[in-house]
Design a protein around this ligand. Sequence first.
Ligand code: SF4
Length: 390
Amino acid sequence: MTTIDLPLLPLGKGRDLDAERGVECPGDLPAPSDPDLVARAEAAKAALGERLFVLGHHYQRDEVIQFADVTGDSFKLAREAAARPAAEFIVFCGVHFMAESADILTNDSQKVVLPDLGAGCSMADMARLGQVEDAWDALAEAGVIDQVVPITYMNSSADIKAFCGRNGGAVCTSSNAEVALEWAFAQKDDAKIFFFPDQHLGRNTAVLELGFSLDDCVVWNPHRPNGGLTVEQIRAARMILWQGHCSVHGRFSADVVDELRVAHPGITVMVHPECTHEVVTRADLVGSTEFIIKTIEAAEPGTSWAIGTELNLVKRLADAHPDKNIVFLDRNVCYCSTMNRIDLPHLVWALENLVAGNVVNQITVDVETEKWAKVALQRMLDLPGKTSKD
Ligand code: SF4
């Protein structure tokens, strides 16, 4: 099967009209300078009352997170939405794949709204269904398909989750990746895992948690014939890692870790497992956003921390813990640009439309995709309770 695939959305370039989908808001998008934005958001929330539930991802802007009824990582937020069946509208201040997961886990009468449709995820966009199906066919031709178990990170589109569900695989989060990989290796004799879309989470988990070597891991490049691999490499591999990464966590570098250790003797370096293997192996602690938050909350006053995750979260942690020295693990500003597309004007626009009876930017997952994505999610929920870095 030949796939003509979509490129990553070139935000702001204006060549692909679909790339600016979120800009075209029916009605008026409030001006960012409108001094009444906070009051307008408060009024719209009050008017909607219990019919509304606003979710805010940890990487979201302060101006938006102040209106969240609950904050968390993507999986926690989807579960929170599912636990509020009375809420008619779930406004998801996150990115597209998160809103899809919320739609999958909520009931049919609940409507999930993403305030800006341009809020995608560059990592999720790096694994498209057509590319994954082509790779699956190539693994069959290499004669290894009966050994392969597909595992996808939560940060993937609904159709990739459904692909894993249909093909005996599961979803994992950064908190339970170790347990998910152990489960997958136990599913077949001489199993190989095909891991999407974040090569770093897959590699870091396999090598640092499960004891595989870097040579056990190969990277599947979807833009090269046969993933850029020989049949021998595919047959020898235990982990086949999709060539995807997070554009935020991929920025952190080992030399900044070294610099900060010199500048702040005794500093503890804590990073997210989406960082490169080089950075993760230089860090003192590795874990999910929830792990990072809990660790800082439990830290002694006067301790020093360098944190490698999205800047909005690091800044909020620094503001909330002035008794601790918290620095960012990058020389430059490093926000998630797509997450940050959800700003206060878009939130106000979405809420006021709901008040007026217009459901805008609703995210829906088709029935067949939802069915199989749920299978993959359920396999994750059925995993033993142990989480490596929760
Ligand atoms: S931080 Fe990375 S993985 Fe998370 S939404 Fe942004 S690009 Fe995607």
